[in-house]
Design a protein around this ligand. Structure first.
Ligand SMILES: [Zn+2]
Ligand SMILES: [Zn+2]
Length: 132
């Protein structure tokens, strides 16, 4: 019963999010409805949700390991180095496949953009205009 409630709390977190989330972010948000949930439980449930095809796991050297719903179709990501959040970029800019070595076949690719998000850029500007 309790386990189900915690799993539901995690699923709700993703229903209410418009961007991929780290384990830490999922834990923090799930605690709003399931205060006793811990990181180990979140990890276990995330694995179950990935195994059953509800969530998908994305990894990047700078953004780390993130989870997002599996139904969003092929798209890419933007990682803000200032706030550490990762955002969805709809669609795919790669219309031309790279030339692969003889005999190689690619069936997927991943693409991460890195930089600063609009919110961090705005706050940065404000801080310059109104220093403390
Ligand atoms: Zn940011
Ligand atoms: Zn693509």
């Amino acid at each position: 019963m309790r386990t189900t409630k915690q799993k539901q709390a995690i699923e709700t977190v993703f229903l209410n999010s418009d961007r991929p989330l780290s384990v830490e972010e999922v834990t923090e948000r799930a605690r709003e409805t399931a205060p006793s949930i811990n990181t180990a439980t979140v990890y276990r449930n995330l694995k179950t949700l990935v195994d059953s095809g509800i969530l998908t796991k994305i990894c990047s050297g700078q953004a780390g390991t993130l989870y997002e719903p599996n139904h969003s179709g092929h798209h890419h990501h933007f990682h803000c180095r200032t706030c550490g959040k990762t955002f969805d970029l709809p669609g795919c800019p790669l219309s031309v496949q790279p030339k692969l070595p003889e005999g190689f076949t690619a069936d997927s690719h991943e693409l991460f953009y890195y930089g600063i998000c609009a919110e961090c850029a705005r706050v940065g500007v404000d801080q310059r205009v109104y220093p403390e």
